[in-house]
Ligand binder design. Structure first.
Ligand SMILES: *Cc1c(COP(=O)(O)O)cnc(C)c1O
Length: 398
């Protein structure tokens, strides 16, 4: 860490992403921390290797490129330490394994990212760890679900398909005094707009693949722990042999420099688009926490400083041919997984099969969109034309 990183005056997130994790004096004056590749590190003497006195003893244990990213995320998330993983899923599984042992019980929000559900049901189960799914809107009601062996609660707020916002402070109030670890997937809001550790969570993970990368060109994950859990997370991380490519760290570090600018632009356009869709005759419901009609809008307004680039809407019911007619001719909205990049995406989603603790009540087609950096009017025109085609096949008159 350079001197700026230890300066005690709090800096705005925009300043942190611009200045943290780089020290030109350490790198021949070049502005950015370079890509440092390597496995073997040469020690100067027997005494040095015996005492393990090198800052970077071996490639798997990190390098300056990694540390640049770690410094920025730790500062933004107000954590004690951050570790880097080769994907968001890897960050989640490593964090879960850090806090769970055989015989433990895990409470997982029902809206969780689907591959996390698979890890719980397929891998944790095999290790003798039970997972029970809970309604993400349960808040303090989580108390009724606790068992003597409940060791961890995982939150994802909002859920990245249906956007339920969780009352994290209420969950923390119940679980904190009982020594239950609280994990939070903060990929959507980013630490610019939401800080789960400040609200009682112990470990925050990010799919760095999304807004940190920002350019749809790298897979990445981060795990930030508070003082209490930093050691346990590092121990498990090391034991599992998790590490990342310095090229990937470099791309994330580069993406972070423009995070504030991208988030501000894209989330503003996303909310504008959500507001427009709310009044569209073919739209039944818009799922965006910053809208006043959102069921958990009050919690969102209390705990978040801004919204993400991603939201969803439910269309009046129609067949799959209507969905195809809408999306197949789009040019600006690409159809694909992931989100958080500079470009707009559209994704028709089926929800019912991804729930076990709650019932998804809507039978209309759910469409998720990531709003990119394109001109707002171009995006709106394309969505409007797509909805027109949907309407023609839905037999619903506009
Ligand atoms: C994409 C995503 C992940 C997983 O990240 P990968 O890098 O794809 O493994 C985790 N959580 C959320 C909310 C995501 O959207």
């Amino acid at each position: 860490m350079n001197k700026k990183d230890t300066n005690s005056a709090p800096k705005s997130p925009a300043t942190v992403v611009t200045h943290h994790g780089r020290d030109p004096k350490q790198q021949f004056g070049f502005v950015n921390t370079p890509i440092v590749r390597g496995s073997t590190v040469i020690f100067d003497s027997y005494d040095q290797i015996k005492g393990n006195k090198r800052a970077y003893p071996y490639g798997r244990h990190g390098n300056p490129t990694d540390d640049a990213v770690r410094a920025v995320i730790t500062e933004l998330e107000h954590g004690a330490d951050t570790l880097l993983a080769p994907s968001g899923v890897s960050a989640i599984t490593t964090a879960l394994l850090s806090v769970l042992s055989a015989g433990d019980d895990l409470l997982m929000c029902d809206t969780v990212y689907e591959p996390t559900r698979q890890f719980c049901d397929q891998v944790l189960d095999k290790m003798g760890i039970t997972t029970r799914y809970y309604d993400p809107t349960i808040g303090a009601g989580i108390e009724d679900l606790l068992q003597p062996n409940t060791r961890a609660v995982m939150t994802e707020s909002p859920g990245s398909l249906t956007f339920e916002v969780q009352d994290l402070p209420a969950i923390a109030k119940v679980c904190g005094p009982r020594d239950i670890a609280i994990l939070a997937d903060n990929s959507w809001a980013s630490p610019l707009y939401y800080n789960p550790l400040d609200l009682g969570a112990n470990i925050v993970i990010h799919a760095g693949t999304k807004v940190f990368a920002g350019h749809s060109d790298v897979m990445f994950g981060t795990i930030t722990a508070d003082e209490k859990y930093a050691k346990a997370v590092k121990q498990t991380y090391r034991a599992l042999g998790v590490c990342v490519s310095p090229e990937d760290s470099f791309l994330i570090g580069r993406g972070l420099r423009t995070l504030e600018l991208r988030m501000r632009d894209q989330s503003e356009k996303a909310l504008k688009m959500a507001t427009w869709l709310e009044s569209h005759p073919l739209v039944d419901k818009v799922l965006h926490p910053a809208l006043a009609q959102h069921p958990q809008h009050e919690i969102f307004a209390r705990d978040f400083r801004g919204a993400g680039t991603l939201f969803a809407f439910i269309l009046k019911p129609a067949g799959e041919d209507a969905i195809a007619a809408m999306v197949d001719e789009m040019e600006l909205f690409g159809m694909g997984y992931s989100w958080g990049g500079y470009e707009s995406l559209i994704l028709p989603v089926k929800i019912a099969s991804q729930r076990s603790a709650t019932h998804w009540p809507h039978d209309g087609n759910l469409i998720r969109v990531n709003i990119g950096l394109e001109g707002f009017d171009d995006l709106k025109t394309e969505l409007a034309d797509g909805l027109e085609r949907y309407g023609q096949l839905s037999n619903l008159k506009r």
